[in-house]
Design a protein around this ligand. Structure first.
Ligand code: GLN
Length: 459
């Protein structure tokens, strides 16, 4: 990857040079998605904190239960909207136009949240849901369409793209979190006659600026992208398709069983934007050389770990070749890994009885979160494209994101049990999730052989 040579230019992808030997369009999609994820994760890093902050300090004064529930509903809808966004691209707009329109709607959403008004807040969330539904699945489809069938660069192209996502996700909380939470920026606002309690809205606006940069990258380089039209599936849909064979059905059942387990996974993983964000704010020592860093900064850890660990996992699987665990066993291991993360939070919660704890606890928790993520997320995406019958691969991808969306809602529900000054309640919350994951991992490991047999059913 040429990420080191031209630092400022590289952030906007404004370069005709291909990215590491890939088709030129990859560079555009890499940077457009990097900035879209910057906007998504930047806003999300401060969302719950903003909602629970008292009105006098510029927040919404929601209870933890209400904030966590809205976080769950919002993140659920974002992923659910992907199902509709994919269909709209297939049938009406085409992928490129859907991405562009989606990006404009997302930017409007973030800027709407820059205003200090509850109506604009809800309008903003709604717009981001619709816009992300249009953008997120279709930009991934566009990455796939850069490569001819059988092009060996496809997987490596997706790995680079996943890196772009996570670079955006590392930067976002640092920028948006600093604007929203730091006393330095609040002082700066006050000195210039702005209301420092409204710093949150500067964070939301920064997310919108990120999306505008992504849109600019996309618009400038559109000529280098794959053709924009709908795929014409509407006419294909009208022609009768042969029914699914028995073995195809078996494979779909195997994938669906595995999807059900991913709901559990995301319900734990997405605690980071909700209850663990509050945990970081209220219960973790956040002083660095005498300076308090914003709680939301800890949100940058997971994408950072992804960037560091993803190449190691990729090399491991290639090294293991045929001896690597099947998808169902990787999922079971993934549940186990994130189960360890949640178990670590039990002693961490107990220690909060004596005061704030070291951030190293969350550094360790997020490490195991990401080990789990890398055993579930890329494995699942690859499994969907490999095992789904070709004629319904889009639908199955939609089902993957549907499971993710349910997991996100559940994450919000669990986060509603967060009580900062009750270590016992926290131990029950994280211990309960950990037990659920360990049982899930165990059950899946037992069922793995059966699921694998169904998944391997060939016609
Ligand atoms: N972190 C990845 C992204 O934002 C995957 C998220 C997910 O599938 N839940 O694209």
């Amino acid at each position: 990857m040429q990420l080191d040579a031209t630092a400022p230019r590289v952030l906007v992808g404004d370069d005709a040079q291909p990215l590491a030997g890939h088709p030129p369009g990859l560079r555009t999609l890499f940077f457009a998605e990097m900035w879209e994820r910057f906007s998504y994760y930047g806003m999300r890093a401060i969302l719950v904190l903003f909602m629970v902050t008292p009105v006098a300090q510029g927040g919404l004064g929601f209870s933890t239960v209400d904030a966590a529930s809205l976080y769950g509903t919002y993140t659920m809808l974002v992923y659910m909207a992907s199902v509709g966004g994919g269909l709209i691209a297939d049938r009406f707009l085409g992928a490129a136009r859907s991405v562009f329109v989606g990006g404009i709607i997302i930017a409007c959403g973030h800027f709407s949240m820059a205003a200090h008004s509850l109506t604009f807040f809800y309008t903003g969330l709604g717009l981001i849901v619709i816009g992300t539904g249009l953008l997120k699945p279709n930009i991934s489809t566009m990455v796939g369409s850069l490569y001819a069938p059988g092009d060996p660069r496809r997987d490596s192209g997706f790995s680079l793209f996943y890196m772009g996502i996570n670079i955006g996700a590392v930067m976002a909380p640092l920028v948006c979190g600093w604007l929203a939470e730091s006393s330095t920026f609040k002082d700066w606002l006050a000195a210039r006659g702005f209301n420092p309690a409204y710093s949150w809205h500067w964070g939301f606006a920064a997310a919108g600026v990120g999306m505008l940069v992504g849109l600019a990258v996309f618009a400038r380089n559109r000529a280098r992208l794959p053709s924009a039209g709908p795929t014409g599936r509407i006419s294909e849909a009208a022609t009768p398709q042969p029914p699914l064979t028995r073995n195809e059905m078996m494979r779909i059942v195997a994938i669906t069983i595995l999807f059900a387990f991913t709901i559990m996974f995301w319900s734990a993983y997405e605690q980071k934007g909700a209850s663990l964000n509050l945990f970081a704010r209220d219960l973790v020592e956040r002083s660095l050389f005498g300076w308090d860093f914003p709680a939301s900064w800890l949100q940058s850890l997971t994408p950072l770990y992804v960037i560091l660990l993803a190449p190691i996992f990729a090399r491991l699987w290639i090294g293991m070749g045929d001896r690597q665990p099947t998808s169902s066993r990787k999922f079971a291991l993934g549940l186990f890994a994130i189960g360890i993360a949640m178990f670590l939070l039990v002693p961490a919660s107990a220690l909060t009885a004596d005061g704030k704890i070291s951030p190293m606890w969350l550094v360790a928790v997020y490490f195991f979160d990401v080990v789990g993520e890398l055993l579930v997320s890329p494995v699942g995406l690859s499994m969907v494209t490999r095992l789904s019958p070709a004629k319904i691969v889009g639908l199955m991808m939609g089902a993957w994101f549907f499971a993710t969306s349910l997991g996100n809602k559940l994450a919000g529900y669990f986060s509603g049990f967060f009580v900062a000054n009750d270590p016992g309640a926290l131990m029950r919350l994280y211990g309960g999730i950990a037990v659920m994951l360990m049982v899930g991992s165990f059950v899946l490991a037992l069922a793995a052989k059966k699921i694998d047999r169904m998944a391997e059913a060939k016609d």
